[in-house]
Design a protein around this ligand. Structure first.
Ligand code: FES
Length: 410
């Protein structure tokens, strides 16, 4: 049943319950490693509270992370904003079933990925995935302590944000450098880094498949006219002006997806989830829905193009706030939302292909990552990139000369 058909016949409360059911339909597999893992796949992401008790700490960590967001007198203002927002955000998590499914999805993806790698790349098997979240457990230190304890020989640090931003992947990588601030870098582990993969052809393929699934819900004679609204988390214009690559990487994924889709539908890229009073990348997703309704465009498909699994920005902001509240008020006739890749087989294929190429290639950290934004003034970025140059060094001499401890300023 289409979202709009549901809108006319059900209450927001029932809609919320439907959304909750959809969100928890995934199952998490139990990982049973009988053999000692040889290769670690460290999956980086921001994470989300698995229950409402975690919401306060989660917001506190985000609001005090200067890589993610910069506020005046952050050590005071950050916790104050986190405290003020906790109750309201807890309510939103209650509306999607009591917590974020991001850990469940990351574990499902990780488990399917390592099973695939064991078959396709036996020379580095057994593989094991480690979840490294930035704002909720399991944290960076949990993942790295575990892989050190497991005695792995190889470790692929793999950002689960396909499009690189200094605020997201950059923050997760700085957290790894922070972790090794006061402890020796394990020289017996060969580390490598996948920090961006916005243009991987299988990523475009899975998004195209997700779009086709939802276009099929529109009347056949309307399908080619549905406006496809690609939506991604916005970014402060200050970060864009510094030279953050995120906007053009998101646009590259959009262009590849449309190419892969091969349909004549019109499309636009819009931005969601802005916080605070400062200017961010526009047009905002909700404003775009309202503006198109005024232009007489009443059939829309929202495609979250920068999220690889469902979480609050898709299940609440898109499904409940935009596809229900905003669309209903604007008079949209039909609006659908494409699913995120989640555990789609094409997506697992994409992850496996990226890791295999990384394991086989000669360089372990890209020049693109080692180059800072033109207007970067952060000493953390400078030191973090220096840290990864050494951590992922292929050159034994450089590795040998690496100081045991590299300090990262706050
Ligand atoms: Fe982008 Fe420092 S802000 S490298």
């Amino acid at each position: 049943m289409s979202v709009i058909k549901m809108l006319s016949s059900i209450s927001r409360k029932t809609f919320t319950q439907l959304s909750r059911t959809a969100c928890y339909s995934s199952s998490t597999r139990t990982v049973n490693y009988e053999e000692k893992p040889k290769t670690a796949i460290v999956m980086l992401n921001m994470g989300g509270p698995t229950d409402t008790d975690q919401v306060g700490d989660y917001l506190h960590r985000i609001m005090t992370d200067r890589d993610m967001i910069q506020l005046p007198i952050q050590s005071k203002l950050g916790p104050w904003i986190a405290n003020r927002r906790t109750e309201e955000v807890q309510k939103k998590y209650m509306e999607i079933g009591g917590g974020s499914p991001i850990l469940k999805w990351t574990n499902s993806q990780g488990q399917l990925l390592v099973e695939s790698l064991d078959k396709l790349h036996p020379s580095t098997a057994p593989h094991k995935h480690y979840v490294s979240f930035r704002y909720v457990p399991p944290f960076t230190e949990d993942a790295f302590l575990e892989l050190e304890r497991d005695g792995v020989e190889r470790a692929v640090i793999f950002s689960q944000y396909p499009q690189y931003s200094c605020a997201t992947t950059g923050s997760s990588l700085n957290a790894i450098a922070d972790f090794y601030k006061n402890r020796p870098i394990p020289k017996n582990i060969q580390f490598s880094l996948i920090e961006r993969w916005a243009t991987h052809p299988l990523l475009a393929k899975v998004f195209a498949e997700r779009i086709r699934e939802k276009l099929a819900l529109f009347n056949e004679n309307e399908q080619n006219d549905v406006l496809i609204l690609f939506t991604a988390h916005s970014l402060p214009l200050k970060a864009v002006s510094r030279g953050d690559t995120y906007p053009h990487e998101v646009a590259a994924t959009v262009a590849n997806t449309m190419l892969q889709l091969g349909l004549p539908n019109p499309h636009r890229l819009v931005w969601q989830s802005k916080v605070g009073p400062l200017p961010w990348l526009q047009p905002y997703t909700d404003d775009a829905i309202k503006a198109y309704a005024k232009q007489g465009i009443k059939h829309l498909l929202l495609v979250p193009i920068a999220f690889v699994n469902e979480h609050i920005e898709t299940l609440h902001e898109l499904d409940i706030e935009y596809c229900y509240d905003v669309a209903k008020e604007a008079g949209i006739k039909q609006i659908e939302r494409a699913a995120t890749p989640n555990a789609h087989p094409t997506f697992i294929e994409a992850l496996a292909d990226l890791v295999m190429k990384n394991l086989d290639q000669g360089h372990r950290v890209s020049k693109q990552f080692l180059t800072r934004c033109p207007h970067c003034v952060s000493p953390r970025c400078l030191q973090s990139k220096e840290f990864f140059k050494h951590l992922c060094s292929y050159n034994e001499k450089l590795k040998k000369d690496t100081p045991d401890v590299i300090t990262l300023n706050n």
